[in-house]
Design a protein around this ligand. Structure first.
Ligand code: GLV
Ligand code: MN
Ligand code: MN
Length: 452
C-alpha cells in the first residue's frame, strides 16, 4: 500500500513538475513589435529638429512632452507613477512580497542633437510593453517591478552624462552639480525646478534622489546595440557582460588673434591650430595602443572669432576617450594631457583643461546575465555575450545593484544619427526577452510559475 501510495505521490509530483515547466514554456507573451515601434515613432515627434532626426534636450518643452507621453503609457499599463527630485520617473507594478526589493528596468528618453528614435527610448517603452505582456499572460510578480526613465543620460545640456543614474547611485556631489551650467548659465536646480521637479538646493535634490537606491534588487536595460556586430553576424540578442569606461575632457586654448593678412606667420600664436594638433593627437594616442577596444573622439571643436580673415584667438575642444580597460584609457588621457602642455608651450598659447568625467567600467552581474540567457534560450533566440562600448545608465546602476543589459541589432550599427533604426521583429524579440528576464528576477507569486 505504502509503495503504491508513494508511487502515486511521485506520479502527482512529476505531473505537477511537468505542468509547471509547460506553464513556463507556454507563458504566452503577446507582444507586438509593430505597436511598440509606432509608440517609439510617436515619442520621436517630441523633437526640436524635424523627424527622422530627434533632438530632445533634458527639461525642454519637448522633453516634458515626452515625459507626459511616457507617464501616460505607464498608467495605461497599470503602473503607479512616482517621480524623484531629479526627474527620474518610476512606474511600479507591485509584487506580492512586501519585503522584496524591486527589479528595475529602464533607460533614457533624452536625445543628443540630430539623433534617432531608438537610443534609450526602447529601454523606456520596451519595459512598459514587457510588463503589460506579462500581466496579460497571467504572471504576477513576487518582487515589485519598476519601469524607470532616467533624467539626462546624454551630456548635451549640462555637460555630464547619466545625471539621473549618477544621482541615484550616490556618485554625484552638490558641488559638481553647482558647477554644471547650461549654455545660458541655467543650473540643474533651476531647470529641474522649472520642469516641476528640483528642490531648494542641489544637496536637497540629491538627498531626495538617493532614497530609491536602497530599494533596488536588480537592474536590466534593453537597448539597441549601437554597433554593427549583432546584425553582421545574424545574432538576434546581445547579452552584455561589461560596459566600457568613459572619460571626457574639455580643453581651452587662447592666443592673441589678429589680422589674417597683416599678421606674419612667425608672429602668430594660433589657438585653432593648437586645437587641431590636439585633435589629431587624440586619434594618434588611441591608435598607438593598437587596441580595437580603445576609441577617442574630438566631437566638439569651436574656434573664435570664427571668421575667415582673423587668426583664431580662442579654441575649445571636447574630447571623449573610452576603453574596456580603464588603465589603458587613463594612459591615453595622460598622453593627450601631455600633448596639450607641449603644444601650448611650442605655440605660445595659454591653455586650460577641465576633466568632465573619468568613470570606471562596469561588470554585469552573473545573476542578470544568467536570467537573460535563459530568457533568450526559452525564446529560441540566437544570442551572444558582448561588451557595451557606449555608456548607459546601467554603468551607474551597476555600482550598487546586480545589473545587466540586453541588446538588439540596429541597422548598420548606426546610432546618434537620424537614420538609426531597429526592425519591429527585433524590437518584439528584445521586449519578450526582457519580459522573461524580469519575471525570472522578480520571481512569481504563483506556484504555476515558480520555476521562472
Ligand atoms: C551615450 O549616449 C554614449 O555616448 O555612450
Ligand atoms: Mn545616446
Ligand atoms: Mn542610450
Amino acid at each position: 500500500m505504502m509503495g503504491l501510495a508513494g508511487g502515486s505521490h511521485l506520479h502527482i509530483l512529476l505531473a505537477l513538475l511537468v505542468t509547471s515547466i509547460c506553464t513556463v514554456r507556454s507563458i504566452k507573451l503577446d507582444v507586438s513589435g509593430e505597436a511598440i515601434a509606432s509608440q517609439l515613432l510617436h515619442l520621436a515627434t517630441f523633437t526640436d529638429d524635424p523627424n527622422p532626426a530627434v533632438t530632445r534636450i533634458v527639461f525642454t518643452e519637448n522633453d516634458l512632452l515626452a515625459r507626459g507621453y511616457v507617464k501616460e503609457l505607464m498608467t495605461a499599463a497599470g503602473l503607479t507613477v512616482r517621480e524623484d527630485p531629479m526627474g527620474n520617473i518610476f512606474g511600479r507594478w507591485e509584487g506580492t512580497d512586501p519585503n522584496a526589493g524591486a527589479v528595475v528596468s529602464g533607460s533614457h528618453a533624452d536625445a543628443i542633437p540630430l539623433a534617432g528614435a531608438y537610443d534609450g527610448t526602447l529601454g523606456v517603452i520596451g519595459p512598459i510593453a514587457a510588463v503589460a505582456a506579462l500581466r496579460r499572460a497571467g504572471y504576477r510578480p513576487r518582487a515589485p517591478i519598476d519601469v524607470l526613465m532616467f533624467t539626462s543620460e546624454e551630456p548635451t545640456r549640462f555637460g555630464l552624462g547619466c545625471i539621473g543614474s549618477r544621482g541615484m547611485a550616490g556618485e554625484l556631489t552638490a558641488a559638481l552639480l553647482d558647477e554644471k551650467l547650461d549654455v545660458n548659465g541655467t543650473s540643474f536646480k533651476e531647470a529641474s525646478t522649472a520642469a516641476g521637479y528640483g528642490g531648494s538646493s542641489h544637496q536637497e535634490i540629491l538627498d531626495g534622489t538617493l532614497i530609491a537606491k536602497g530599494g533596488v534588487a536588480a537592474f536590466v536595460e534593453l537597448h539597441i546595440e549601437q554597433g554593427p556586430l549583432l546584425e553582421a553576424e545574424g545574432t538576434q540578442l546581445g547579452i552584455v557582460t561589461a560596459i566600457a569606461a568613459p572619460a571626457a575632457l574639455r580643453v581651452f586654448f587662447s592666443g592673441d588673434g589678429g589680422h589674417a593678412g597683416a599678421l606674419l606667420m612667425p608672429n602668430r600664436n594660433d589657438a585653432g591650430l593648437a586645437a587641431a594638433e590636439v585633435a589629431l593627437a587624440v586619434e594618434a594616442s588611441v591608435l598607438e595602443t593598437g587596441a580595437i577596444d580603445a576609441v577617442g573622439t574630438t566631437g566638439l571643436f569651436e574656434i573664435g572669432p570664427n571668421t575667415v580673415n582673423s587668426v583664431p584667438r580662442e579654441a575649445k575642444l571636447e574630447i571623449d576617450i573610452r576603453d574596456i580597460d580603464a588603465t589603458r584609457r587613463d594612459a591615453i588621457v595622460a598622453s593627450v594631457l601631455q600633448t596639450v602642455e607641449e603644444v601650448a608651450a611650442r605655440r605660445k598659447v595659454r591653455h586650460r583643461v577641465e576633466m568632465i568625467n573619468q568613470d570606471a567600467p562596469a561588470t554585469c552581474s552573473n545573476q542578470v546575465i544568467q536570467a537573460a540567457t535563459e530568457a533568450a534560450q526559452e525564446l529560441g533566440a540566437s544570442h551572444k555575450q558582448m561588451v557595451s562600448r557606449a555608456y548607459h545608465d546601467s554603468l551607474f546602476m551597476a555600482r550598487f545593484a546586480p545589473t545587466g543589459m540586453i541588446f538588439i541589432p540596429c541597422r548598420n550599427g548606426w546610432s546618434h544619427r537620424p537614420d538609426e533604426f531597429a526592425t519591429p521583429e527585433d524590437i518584439e524579440r528584445g521586449v519578450k526577452a526582457l519580459a522573461l528576464t524580469l519575471a525570472k528576477l522578480a520571481g512569481s507569486a504563483d506556484a504555476a510559475h515558480s520555476e521562472l
